[in-house]
Ligand binder design. Structure first.
Ligand SMILES: [Fe+2]
Ligand SMILES: [Fe+2]
Length: 335
């Protein structure tokens, strides 16, 4: 849900102008909006924007926030079992960063008029989606390496262009988020490097993690361009700068040499360098798996949601205490 309250023009004014000029007023507003977008002007919270632009951003930013919050679970699972105090401290900092990204993004979405309560309610009821990648289990310590390297790596590929998104609050939030994601990616790669230079067992563990996380990471870029519902409009609005397939290709081109450096094998028989295109060719993604996980039937969907609901219930006292404190502060200020 979002409100129209942030529109500069009140709904009464709009009705009046629509009566006066038919639909030409809307067409003029849309054209002016598109002109601003094309001139690379940032759209701010109080500016007029088409309803569909607002809805698209609310959906995208809230999904992004939910992914950060649910994304804490697979790694949080290893906090108590990290192999050293140093690794534990790094992982703790990383998981905390993800919580921060979630809160930061909820705030960005709130500037569009949607309430935090509504967004959280939509996540908990299952109405809102989060990134499917977090419905896969973290079976060994190497999975923590693979997530940082591949999942945060894919997130960076997706999010760096969002720093230039036409919506100002989202673009600015992404600048800080991307800086932290880059640390996450490096810590993951470093875990993989250490494992791949370790014992035969450690190397096998790293390979197994790559085998399990490679394809789900490629799926993170979303459906192929030919099947992507929202892409074209988002590109026209300069919310997106590159298509899903372009970003996926960039990710493969950057990541394959990293796997080679680690001495690990990317689990794709069709993977080969193409001299003419100067890109890697790669095999077909199992879209059935993607849609199954998206539909709620991945290995951990139920577990993730159950844990999130429990955490929300158990945190009720924190929300109540924060509200009581805010009320007390407000009363004191008024006095
Ligand atoms: Fe994040
Ligand atoms: Fe991250």
């Amino acid at each position: 849900m979002y409100t129209q309250g942030l529109d500069q023009q009140s709904s009464e004014d709009k009705k009046k102008s629509a009566r006066d000029s038919g639909s030409s007023e809307d067409a003029a507003a849309l054209a002016a909006f598109q002109k601003r977008v094309e001139a690379e002007e940032k759209i701010e919270a109080k500016d007029w924007m088409p309803d569909a632009y607002r809805r698209t951003l609310v959906r995208q930013i809230s999904q992004h926030a939910h992914s950060e919050i649910i994304g804490m679970q697979p790694e949080g699972n290893w906090l108590t079992r990290a192999p050293s105090l140093k690794r534990k401290a790094i992982l703790l900092a990383k998981v905390q960063d993800e919580a921060g990204h979630g809160l930061y993004l909820y705030s960005a979405a709130e500037t569009l008029g949607v309430s935090r309560e509504q967004m959280v309610a939509d996540l908990l009821s299952g109405k809102a989606k989060y990134s499917s990648i977090f419905n896969y289990p973290t079976l060994t310590w190497a999975d923590i390496g693979a997530i940082g390297w591949l999942v945060d790596g894919a997130a960076i590929m997706n999010q760096v262009p969002l720093c230039r998104c036409s919506y100002g609050p989202y673009a600015r939030a992404m600048v800080r988020v991307c800086k932290e994601e880059s640390f996450h990616q490096r810590q993951g790669f470093e875990i993989m490097l250490e494992l791949s230079r370790g014992s035969e067992q450690q190397k096998a563990m790293a390979q197994d993690a790559l085998d399990r996380w490679w394809w789900p990471s490629l799926m993170m870029f979303g459906p192929s361009d030919t099947d992507s519902r929202h892409s074209a409009q988002s590109m026209a609005w300069k919310i997106k700068r590159f298509s899903n397939d372009e970003l996926r290709q960039k990710f493969v081109d950057v990541t394959v040499p990293q796997a080679q450096f680690l001495g690990l094998r990317v689990p794709d028989d069709k993977l080969r360098w193409n001299d003419a295109t100067e890109h890697y060719e790669f095999g077909e993604i199992d879209w059935q798996e993607f849609h199954d996980v998206l539909a709620g039937n991945g290995p951990c969907n139920r577990e993730r949601m159950a844990k999130r609901r429990r955490a929300h219930d158990e945190g009720a006292w924190v929300r109540e205490a924060a509200e009581a404190y805010a009320l007390k502060q407000a009363e004191r200020q008024a006095a």
